[in-house]
Design a protein around this ligand. Structure first.
Ligand SMILES: *[C@@H]1O[C@H](CO)[C@@H](O)[C@H](O)[C@H]1NC(C)=O
Ligand SMILES: *[C@@H]1O[C@H](CO)[C@@H](O)[C@H](O)[C@H]1NC(C)=O
Ligand SMILES: *[C@@H]1O[C@H](CO)[C@@H](O)[C@H](O)[C@H]1NC(C)=O
Ligand SMILES: *[C@@H]1O[C@H](CO)[C@@H](O)[C@H](O)[C@H]1NC(C)=O
Length: 504
């Protein structure tokens, strides 16, 4: 989850079964297909309000069954939190997950992430190069069960460096569970109920009450999701509830800043980026991205793990970041009417007022609500008695209209129209506009998040889901933590989502 968490809208309880209850319920529910249509949500097992409310606060632990995966879930979560992995230094966390996944019989590929700036000798053969820590996405899929005669290249060696020259075609039509390895600074050690627990200390996980709080940096965002996804998929595979060739896991770097990990993975699914040989280059010099439908390895569904308090998020608003600049003409403040002096600060204030007043008209939608404007910073002028020549403000607009590709342009146009009505738009302009429109996820009514994620960084026609344990409101704070119960419930939630995506 990227910064600027603001508001959750439209909360309703979903996917909220406790792990113990879920085990009892499993058999009946397993066979019932989930409704795709929002009109059918009441038929959905994901939507059982009655059951969810009984266990909301994790009380009544004497009646709650401790799930069989409690210990592996909590110890993986703890191990991940104990590895500092502030954006840029995800290396050790990636290797930990690689080892864990290999032990669980996955084939694991590390996808190297090249530094954005240095295009230099990234292929310097010495991996022990102490210079900059290497960054990897971790991609894992269940190793082929037996010699089915298909591709023996990757499954024979359990772990492989991701071959940048070969598209990961084996991912086609799979359901991908994904989360991120990086956390925001500063690192904070693992805690149980506010008490730091050193890595060497033995913990009797089975004895912990569901209300016990597990804390530390990344304990929510998003190592809880990562641990829960690994355990959920392990459970589904062990019970034969999904096929080995229809699921995969992906853990990416850089989600908290530039999304470079997911963007790199997204590019690796583009077949055109591999066929540099013949036809593609002749058509257009523009890079080929705009030329019609790009050929990609299709994924069936992608389940993004982010803290949504175990509610299924319907997507999130888009964002427009820009600087509003006002240009004036300097002059003595006592004679503003002379010599065409024009105050940049006055223009800026009027321009900002116009944007703020335009807020309902910038666009709203039933799903995402209103587009909102935040004026983050103000700068301008040199002295109280000088007419200001320059002034600027940084704005962040949360976009509620259009789609991922159209929302930005739509809102930008409306902002510029509003600015043109201010003094004829003289001297006012939006600078450095960037962002994306709202991102839709598959949902059965629920909530809309006002924060950024990796969802828009993965191109393709797959169905997206956004779901995970813990609250966005604590995610980047000092007291980042979630309860044992929330973590366990999310395992059940992921299992249900995978079964739903698979059509079971
Ligand atoms: C991994 O595969 C081995 C050999 O087939 C098997 O004995 C073991 O139980 C498997 N482990 C898991 C976690 O599936
Ligand atoms: C299996 O691996 C061998 C040796 O690497 C290779 O020659 C063969 O073509 C592979 N078979 C398949 C079906 O990929
Ligand atoms: C942690 O706190 C919760 C709620 O106050 C309590 O139920 C639980 O027993 C505590 N767990 C530990 C290990 O102290
Ligand atoms: C959107 O704006 C309108 C008009 O200001 C207001 O009535 C409405 O409550 C807002 N909707 C939301 C979801 O905030």
């Amino acid at each position: 989850m990227r910064a600027n968490a603001q508001a959750f809208l439209l909360l309703s309880v979903q996917l909220g079964l406790s792990a113990g209850q879920a085990q009892q319920q499993q058999q009946q529910q397993q066979q019932r297909p989930l409704a795709h249509s929002p009109h059918l949500i009441h038929n959905s097992p994901l939507q059982d309000h009655g059951l969810a409310s009984q266990h909301q606060n994790g009380h009544g632990s004497s009646h709650v069954v401790v799930p069989s995966y409690r210990s592996s879930l909590l110890s993986l979560h703890r191990a991940l939190v104990n590895i500092p992995s502030v954006t840029g230094s995800e290396h050790d966390a990636a290797l930990l997950l690689r080892d864990v996944l290999i032990r669980q019989n996955y084939t694991v590929a590390l996808q190297p992430i090249l530094p954005a700036s240095s295009s230099s000798s990234s292929s310097s053969q010495s991996t022990s190069d102490a210079g900059s820590p290497r960054r990897y996405n971790v991609l894992a899929w269940p190793a082929a069960a037996s010699s089915s005669g298909s591709s023996n290249s990757s499954s024979s060696s359990r772990s492989s460096r991701h071959d940048a020259d070969a598209p990961p075609t084996h991912l086609a039509h799979r359901i991908l569970l994904t989360s991120h390895l990086d956390v925001v600074p500063p690192w904070r050690p693992y805690r149980i109920n506010e008490t730091a627990v050193p890595p060497s200390e033995e913990v009797d996980y089975a004895s912990l009450a569901r209300a016990t709080r597990l804390g530390g940096r990344g304990s929510v965002d998003a190592k809880a999701a990562a641990a829960a996804q690994v355990v959920a998929l392990g459970e589904l595979l062990a019970r034969g509830e999904v096929r080995r060739d229809e699921v995969a896991l992906l853990f990416v770097v850089g989600e908290e800043t530039d999304g470079v990990g997911m963007k790199t993975f997204s590019r690796s699914l583009s077949l055109s980026s591999f066929s540099s040989s013949s036809v593609s280059s002749s058509s257009s010099p523009a890079g080929g991205s705009a030329s019609g439908k790009e050929k990609r390895i299709p994924l069936r569904a992608v389940i993004f793990g982010e803290p949504t308090t175990n509610l299924l998020a319907c997507g999130h608003k888009g964002i427009l970041l820009a600087t509003l600049r006002a240009a004036g003409r300097a002059g003595h403040s006592g004679y503003p009417e002379l010599s065409g002096a024009r105050s940049a600060t006055a223009s800026l204030v009027r321009g900002l007022a116009a944007l703020l007043d335009a807020q309902p008209a910038l666009g709203s939608s039933e799903r995402f609500g209103n587009t909102t404007v935040n004026v983050g910073t103000l700068r301008g002028g040199v002295a109280a008695n000088v007419i200001a020549e320059q002034a600027s403000a940084q704005v962040a607009v949360r976009i509620a209209v259009g789609d991922k590709d159209t929302g930005l342009a739509l809102v930008r146009e409306r902002m510029e129209a509003a600015l043109r009505r201010v003094e004829g738009g003289q001297g006012l302009r939006l600078d450095g506009v960037m962002g994306y429109g709202p991102v839709e996820c598959e949902c059965f009514d629920t909530m809309v998040a006002s924060y950024g994620t990796d969802v828009p960084n993965l191109d393709g026609d797959h169905v997206s889901y956004l779901y995970g344990p813990g609250s966005i409101l604590v995610a980047h704070g000092e007291d980042e933590a979630l309860t044992v119960g929330e973590l366990e419930d999310s395992v059940e939630g992921y299992k249900r989502l995978v079964r739903h995506a698979a059509g079971y």
